[in-house]
Design a protein around this ligand. Structure first.
Ligand code: FE
Length: 344
């Protein structure tokens, strides 16, 4: 994709995100990453009549190699955070998610759009109003539920006690003050009460470990009691998962994080093989996945802010809200959430 195509795509994105004359937009990047995206968003914002500038953070000096969420240079730079709070919209090319600074910026009314995936994937899963509608149906169902049960033919049977934390929708653009979204995305999630997850999850061959960005080959059996993983059984994949969690030396890394399902029929389960360099948004979004997560729940307002985080989209699982089927064997069971080209 050349720069003019990227410019045009970002203009369509900011149009969906309701950027208009008189607004202010800040584009945040880090190091030398995604300078072309920064230029494209600046072009896009200005072409829609907004004021726009670029804030660049320095290249991180040290890295553990692990994907430690929620750690950002902004933590030691309150002046920059104050500037971002003044903007109507922040385009985040640096990945602030889970940081205290992101929550503070949202709290000031700034809407935030994260964009870090490869440009061909941004194009392939470009957001639509129709997808937003279907995601919002899911968000309403989830927000009303008190209990979630997930089952699978591989032996998963786990319950989440809901009703404590908010529900979050992601549909790839954002036009409301203080609201965050991630382009591309199409899923909904919430979290259980801190001690409200019990049962067993069997991560089956073909299910996905993000941020490893790999497909599991051998089943991993997790035992979960009162919101924490108490046992991890299996072969090589179980050892890898456990070794990674242990490396953070933080018991909260065994906590149960967000949970929900994916709705984008254009996203492919095999997507990780197609777009190297991304963080797996296609896998979080693919139609009928049931995704559970391990680690922090501060994104939902909870107390667990461990930097150890996994998102694990599963194929072929079933999800029930207060005993009503929502996803059945990897297919959406509620008509208003189903892909419109397949509705009968
Ligand atoms: Fe996550």
């Amino acid at each position: 994709m050349d720069q003019s195509q990227l410019n045009e795509m970002c203009r369509r994105q900011l149009e969906l995100s309701a950027v208009h004359e008189g607004e202010s937009v800040v584009v945040l990047s880090q190091g030398h990453d995604r300078a072309d995206y920064a230029d494209a968003f600046l072009y896009a914002a200005r072409s829609l009549g907004a004021q726009a500038y670029h804030m660049r953070l320095s290249t991180p000096q040290s890295s553990t190699g692990a994907w430690a969420v929620g750690e950002s240079e902004l933590a030691s730079n309150p002046y920059a955070v104050e500037a971002l709070k003044q903007a109507d919209m922040l385009v985040d090319l640096a990945f602030l998610l889970f940081s205290k600074e992101q929550f503070a910026i949202q709290g000031a009314g700034t809407r935030i759009l994260t964009a870090v995936e490869p440009a061909p994937l941004l194009a392939k899963l470009f957001p639509t109003r129709e997808l937003r509608d279907r995601v919002e149906v899911g968000g309403e169902l989830l927000a009303r539920a008190q209990n979630m049960r997930i089952t699978s033919p591989h032996g998963t049977d786990v319950t989440y006690r809901l009703g404590v934390y908010p529900t979050i929708t992601e549909y790839g653009y954002t036009d409301q003050p203080g609201r965050w979204d991630h382009w591309p995305a199409a899923f909904v999630f919430t979290g259980a009460a801190d001690d409200g997850v019990d049962g067993q999850i069997v991560i089956a061959p073909g299910d996905v470990l993000l941020p490893f960005n790999t497909y599991v080959n051998t089943p991993i059996t997790l035992t979960i009691e009162q919101g924490f993983i108490t046992d991890i059984k299996g072969d090589l994949d179980a050892d890898l998962l456990h070794s990674y969690i242990k490396s953070f030396d933080d018991p909260r890394g065994y906590g149960m994080s967000h949970v929900g399902w994916g709705l984008d029929h254009r996203a492919n389960w095999h997507g990780l093989t197609q777009f190297p360099g991304g963080m797996g948004m296609e896998l979080r979004s693919f139609y009928g996945n049931v995704m559970f997560s391990i680690g922090p729940n501060n994104e939902l307002g909870g107390p667990n802010d461990t930097p150890c985080h996994f998102d694990i989209p599963m194929r072929g699982a079933s999800l029930f809200l207060d005993d009503e089927p929502i996803v059945v064997d990897g297919d959406l069971a509620v008509k208003e959430m189903q892909r419109t080209d397949r509705r009968s």
